[in-house]
Design a protein. Structure first.
Lengths: 313, 313
C-alpha cells in the first residue's frame, strides 16, 4: 500500500518544515525575500529514459540531477522538490528501497529538500516525475535568447562521456566506471550556473546533444553558432576510445551530458575563465557567435555538420 | 514528435510571462511579496484514476481540479502549474487535441497560468502529473492538525455525487448529467478555502471518501470525529437514487467529492455560515469534535461505522 511506502521510505527524507511531515494536502514554503523563483518538471520513463535493470539508486539520482540541471541552466539555486512516482509491479520493495536510498543521497548531496508529491501504483510501466523549485536574483535568470554575434561560445566539463557510458550500460562496450557514472550520475553545474547569472548572455544545459542543443540556443537567440569540433572538450577516458573526427561528432550528438552551454562577450572571457577554479568546472571556448541562424560544426576549415544533431523528443 | 505537440497545443496555453514561451529550460516567476507558497503534485494514471475511454477534456479538467482542490484545502489561491505528461500511443492527435482544449478551458476557468513541464511519449499507458503552486497569507495555511474537542465539523457542498457518477461512467447505472459532471469535472472549493484561512482549525479536501478522510484529519489532530450520517448533505439527484442509511454510508465512503471537510470553534459558526453566500458553497455541520481518536459514523444513536471507510491508496 502506498501509504506504508510513503511513511516508511519517503517521510524520513521529507525533513524540512515545508513538507509538514507529508501529513497535509500540500507543502508550504516561505520564499526568500526579493528573489525570483524558477520551476522545472522533467519525467523519466522506464524503457524510454532508463532501462528496467538500471540500479534504482542511480535512477533516483538522475531524476533529481536532470531537473537540477535545468535550474542550473537558468542560474538558479535549488530549494525543494516534489515527486510524482507512477510505479508498476516491477518496482517491488527492493527497488523502492534502492530508489529512496539513492534519492536521499542525492537530496543531501545537492542540499535540496523533499517537499511532497504523489505516489501511485498499478501502472503498466514506471513513469517518474519530479518538480524542482529554485531561486535566482531578480531579473538575473539566464535563458536561451540573448546570444549576440561576437560572443564567445563556451561549454563546461567534457562532452560525450555519457554517450559512451550508455553504450556500456547496454552491454555494447566494456564498462568503465568513470564513463558509466557520467551516464548514470550526472552532476548538474549548479555552482557554475549561479555564477554565470549576470555574465552569460544566453545559457542552457546539454541534454539531447551538444549540436542539437546549440541549434536550439542559436534559434532562440536568432544567431548562428559555428562550433569548432576540434575544441570540443573530451575526457581522457573518452579520448582514449577515439579522438578522431567521427568520434568527436559522435560525442557532440550523444546527449545526456548535463553540461552548460553558454555565450558571453569576449570582454568577459577572463571573468568566465576565472569561474573555473571556484566552481571546480573546466570551461572551454568552442566557437564564436556569428550573424545567421542555427548551429554548424567545423573542422579544419570545412563544414562537417552531421545530418543528425542529437536526440529529438 | 513532442516538440510539435508542445508548439502547436501547449504553447498557446502558456501565455504568462513566467512560461517564457516554453523556450527555456525552466519557468521564472516573481512571487507575491509577503506570501507563503503552497505546492502540490498529483498524478492521474490511465486505468487507475480514469478510464481509457473517458473524454480527454474531462481528464484534463480533473487533473487540474484535483490539484487545485489540494491548494483549496490549504487556504491557498492558485498561481501556476507545471504539467508532466507521460503518454502512450493510445493518446493520439485527437486525444491530445481534446486534452489540451479541456486543459485550456480549465486554466481559464480557474484563472491559473501554465508555466511549463515535460511531455514524454512511448509509455505503456498514460500517467499524467501536475504540479500546482499557490499563495497564502503568512502562517495562515490550513492543515489537518488543529481540530479541537468542541469544534464543529463542517463539510462543503454535497457528498456522494461523484460515486454515483462513477457508476454511470462505468455503465453500471443510467446516466445523469449532473452526477456524471460531479465525477468528471469536480469544482475545487478555492473561494471557500481561501476564506477559511484564519477561521478553520483544521481542513482537508475529501478525495478518498468522507469517512476515511475524516479519519485522517482526526488522527492528524489527535481527536475523534463522530459524524452524524443523517446530517451528511446529499444532492437532490443523489437523494432521489437513495436516501436510506445504506445509501448515505455509500455516499460517505464513495470519494472523488473534492469538497472541503473542516473544523471550526462553535463561537465562529455564524462566521462560517456567512461564508456560504459569497463563496456560493453550501455548508453543513455534520458533527462535533470530541476527545478520542479517529472517525466514527452515527445514526439514531447507534454506531454505524462501516468496516470500509473509503479508498485506500
Amino acid at each position: 500500500m502506498e501509504r506504508d511506502f510513503i511513511r516508511s521510505r519517503l517521510l524520513p527524507l521529507a525533513t524540512s518544515a515545508a513538507a509538514r511531515g507529508l501529513a497535509d494536502d500540500a507543502a508550504v514554503w516561505t520564499p526568500p525575500l526579493g528573489r525570483d523563483l524558477v520551476f522545472t518538471h522533467d519525467v523519466l520513463a522506464c524503457g524510454v529514459h532508463y532501462l528496467a535493470g538500471d540500479p534504482p539508486g542511480d535512477i533516483a539520482w538522475k531524476l533529481l540531477a536532470v531537473n537540477l540541471s535545468d535550474l542550473a541552466a537558468m542560474g538558479a539555486t535549488p530549494a525543494g522538490v516534489l515527486l510524482g512516482l507512477g510505479l508498476s509491479t516491477a518496482e517491488d520493495d527492493v527497488w523502492r528501497a534502492g530508489f529512496t536510498e539513492g534519492l536521499g543521497r542525492a537530496l543531501r548531496h545537492f542540499g535540496v529538500a523533499l517537499w511532497g508529491g504523489d505516489t501511485v501504483s498499478g501502472l503498466a510501466a514506471a513513469a517518474l516525475g519530479l518538480t524542482a523549485v529554485g531561486a535566482v536574483a531578480p531579473d538575473r535568470a539566464l535563458g536561451r535568447a540573448g546570444a549576440q554575434p561576437g560572443d564567445d561560445i563556451w561549454v563546461s566539463g567534457t562532452i560525450g562521456d555519457a554517450g559512451l557510458g550508455l553504450a556500456m550500460a547496454q552491454g555494447a562496450a566494456p564498462a568503465d566506471t568513470f564513463l558509466l557514472n557520467r551516464f548514470r550520475r550526472p552532476q548538474p553545474r549548479l555552482a557554475l550556473g549561479s555564477a554565470l547569472a549576470g555574465i552569460a548572455t544566453a545559457a542552457m544545459d546539454v541534454s539531447d546533444g551538444l549540436l542539437i542543443d546549440a541549434d536550439r540556443l542559436a534559434r532562440a537567440s536568432s544567431v548562428a553558432l559555428p562550433i569548432d569540433v576540434a575544441a570540443i572538450p573530451l575526457s581522457s577516458a573518452a579520448a582514449a576510445r577515439g579522438d578522431d573526427l567521427p568520434a568527436r561528432v559522435r560525442a557532440a550528438t550523444a546527449g545526456d551530458d548535463y553540461e552548460l552551454l553558454f555565450t558571453a562577450p569576449p570582454a568577459l572571457a577572463a571573468a568566465v575563465a576565472a569561474l573555473a577554479a571556484p566552481t571546480r568546472t573546466p570551461l572551454t571556448r568552442i566557437g564564436r557567435v556569428t550573424p545567421g541562424l542555427g548551429v554548424s560544426a567545423w573542422h579544419a576549415g570545412a563544414d562537417v555538420t552531421p545530418a543528425r544533431l542529437g536526440w529529438e523528443h
